[in-house]
Ligand binder design. Structure first.
Ligand code: SF4
Length: 248
């Protein structure tokens, strides 16, 4: 695999017009089904519990979500109201969850749906103009639509560069460097303007993900001395509540 720095250079050189061509060719229109904000059903024909919604968010995005939610709901939003440690690497120990993990996932509710997703018309819906639809409305909506993270702004697409993240759902189509993930809105007509907007966000996201991956790698220092869960992100090692652990 190319180095993260090489992939970052490639991301910075991505042509928005070419990404937009690929998005137009694949086609997409949000049907407002909400599937990309909710827990995943077990695979067809298989029994089991739903898999909680898991989408990566970066520290600055968590803070932005906290601020947006506080403004929308006029109440305090703790770091843990917005984000949870990425579950990979965390296990249940004798004294509770333990282990080291990388990055944060959007917080989920008791049903495993994104904590910012609301069934029915959300409070922020009533303030939104009719041409500014939430991508996940219909039966529900994103309560922080204008501040939703890049991974949400660009769903169901991702860029096939090493070191970038893929959203939940398998890649089902690919056009050049643009991958499309499971979504019922794929294959529908999209205007050039919307395709370009999505392409711009997709490029921003690829750059952001690679910058984060490089900073995370540079900051990483294992912390076996700390009990419980340690989350490593581009700003260093943190507790699950987002506070920094002092460097040794
Ligand atoms: S932040 Fe908003 S758009 Fe993103 S998963 Fe949650 S409800 Fe959906």
């Amino acid at each position: 695999m190319e180095s993260l720095e090489t992939e970052l250079e490639r991301a910075r050189e991505l042509s928005v017009a070419e990404l937009a061509d690929a998005i137009e060719s694949i086609g997409f229109e949000c049907t407002r089904c909400g599937a990309c904000c909710k827990a995943n059903d077990p695979p067809e024909g298989e029994e089991g519990t739903k898999e909680p919604h898991t989408a990566t968010v970066f520290p600055d995005e968590v803070r932005e979500l906290q601020g947006a939610a506080e403004e929308t709901f006029d109440e305090e939003y703790d770091w843990r109201d917005a984000a949870r440690p990425m579950p990979y690497g965390v296990s249940e120990g004798e004294a509770g969850p333990e282990g080291e993990t990388f990055e944060w996932a959007l917080q989920t509710d008791a049903c495993g749906d994104c904590a910012f997703y609301e069934e029915g018309e959300s409070r922020s819906d009533s303030e939104r103009s009719s041409d500014d639809e939430p991508r996940d409305g219909g039966t529900g909506a994103c309560t922080v639509h204008d501040s939703r993270p890049l991974v949400c702004q660009t769903y169901p697409f991702s860029v096939a560069l090493g070191g970038t993240n893929e959203p939940m759902g398998e890649a089902v189509d690919r056009e050049g460097l643009v991958r499309a993930h499971e979504c019922e809105g794929l294959g529908r007509d999209i205007s050039r303007e919307e395709a370009e907007e999505l392409a711009e966000a997709l490029k921003r996201r690829a750059i952001r993900e690679l910058e984060e991956a490089i900073d995370l790698r540079n900051e990483y220092e294992p912390r076996p001395d700390v009990e419980g869960v340690v989350v490593h992100d581009s700003e260093g090692a943190k507790r699950p509540d987002g506070t920094s652990l002092d460097r040794r």
